[in-house]
Each structure stands twice: as structure tokens, then as C-alpha cells.
Design a protein around this ligand. Structure first.
Ligand SMILES: *[C@@H]1O[C@H](CO)[C@@H](O)[C@H](O)[C@H]1NC(C)=O
Length: 190
């Protein structure tokens, strides 16, 4: 076996323990939102569905984007943990190439490699579909988030976004639905 295959299998084993979605082959190259306008994207988004992610264990998850500096979007992710505490993590996002504004890179920790954050589709006022994929040799690890400006999203919008994800090979059946129940999530608004 080639070294890269051995490494991939080792990573596969390590990541499988964290229940992330690993797929064969290289990352797909999906179309992204045309003429993405970061200014219209700012503000708060509610997670509606997501692929499993080791760093996201709670419910009621929200992402709030703000303008930190020209071309730099501040990111604040919040979630309610099972013990009732609120976990918050902040980072920043920038477009690597100004001609591809929907292809952002997000970093949360100094010295950790930035993760891709690609806005595949958004109307800014209702929904956003975000995809993140990293090549791991002959495999790739991928994340996706379906977000809404409100704690709910109409079923027909969800289905449309699912078909976009399916068309690039994402396992829609692996999506987890985030609990955004108003009563359950009330600690988040304090
Ligand atoms: C958001 O959804 C509402 C209700 O369906 C619709 O009236 C509105 O046009 C949508 N916004 C955009 C930008 O498409």
C-alpha cells in the first residue's frame, strides 16, 4: 500500500471515533453562491441541520457574523450543552481569493489550519447552505450546515437544499437535526 493510503486509513480510524463523515475520493468541487455578498450575510443564523462534527456537541446552535475589518468577517458560534451551560467560540473568516467571495476560510484557533467555509447557496433573508471539505489523501472529510434566519425552515426549502447536497454526493441521510425548540433553547437568549 502506498504511504498515503496507510495515512488515510489511520486518519479514517482516528476520525471515525469522532463520528465525522469520511467519504472515498477527493473533495467535490461544487458550484457556490454567485456574487456572494458578505455584507448581506452578516447577523445571526440558526443551525437547522448539520453533518456530525466533533466540535459541535450541543443544541440550539447559532452562528453570528459581523464585520471585523474590511474583508474580515468575525464569527461567533454558540451552543447550549446538555448540562445547561453555553459554549461559545469565536473566530474569523476571509475569502482567500477576492474573485471567489463565497469560498471563505475560517479559523478559530491561532496556529490551527483554517477550514474551508463555502456558501453553496443563500438568499440572505431565509436560508444558507454551507459546505466544508478537506482532502485526506484518497479520502475526504466533509461537513455541511443548513442554516436559517429563524429557528425553523420550511420543509420545501430543506428539500431543495438536500437535493443540492445529494447532487455533490453528500450523504443527506447523515444529517442531524439541531434542536431549536424555543423553550429548550431559552437559556441562549439570556
Ligand atoms: C424569504 O422567504 C419569504 C417567505 O417565503 C419570501 O417572501 C422572501 O421573498 C424570501 N426572501 C428572499 C430574499 O428570497
Amino acid at each position: 500500500m502506498k504511504v498515503i493510503q496507510v495515512l488515510s486509513l489511520a486518519l479514517l480510524a482516528a476520525l471515525a471515533a469522532n463520528a465525522q463523515v469520511i467519504m472515498p475520493g477527493r473533495c467535490p468541487k461544487p458550484a457556490v453562491q454567485e456574487n456572494f455578498d458578505a455584507a448581506k450575510y452578516l447577523g445571526t443564523w440558526y443551525d437547522i441541520q448539520r453533518l456530525p462534527h466533533a466540535f459541535q456537541k450541543g443544541e440550539c446552535c447559532t452562528a453570528t457574523y459581523s464585520l471585523k475589518a474590511p474583508g474580515v468577517v468575525g464569527v461567533l458560534n454558540r451552543e447550549l450543552l446538555a448540562d445547561g451551560s453555553i459554549n461559545a467560540i469565536s473566530g474569523s473568516a476571509t475569502a482567500k481569493n477576492p474573485s471567489e467571495p463565497a469560498k471563505l476560510l475560517v479559523s478559530f484557533f491561532e496556529n490551527s489550519p483554517p477550514a474551508p467555509y463555502w456558501v453553496l447557496s443563500t438568499d440572505y433573508e431565509n436560508y444558507s447552505l454551507v459546505y466544508s471539505c478537506t482532502d485526506l489523501g484518497v479520502l475526504h472529510v466533509e461537513f455541511a450546515w443548513i442554516m436559517s434566519r429563524h429557528p425553523t425552515l420550511p420543509e420545501e426549502t430543506l428539500e431543495e437544499l438536500h437535493s443540492t447536497l445529494s447532487s455533490i454526493g453528500v450523504r443527506v441521510d447523515k444529517l442531524l437535526t439541531t434542536n431549536q425548540d424555543e423553550a429548550y433553547c431559552s437559556p441562549m437568549s439570556q
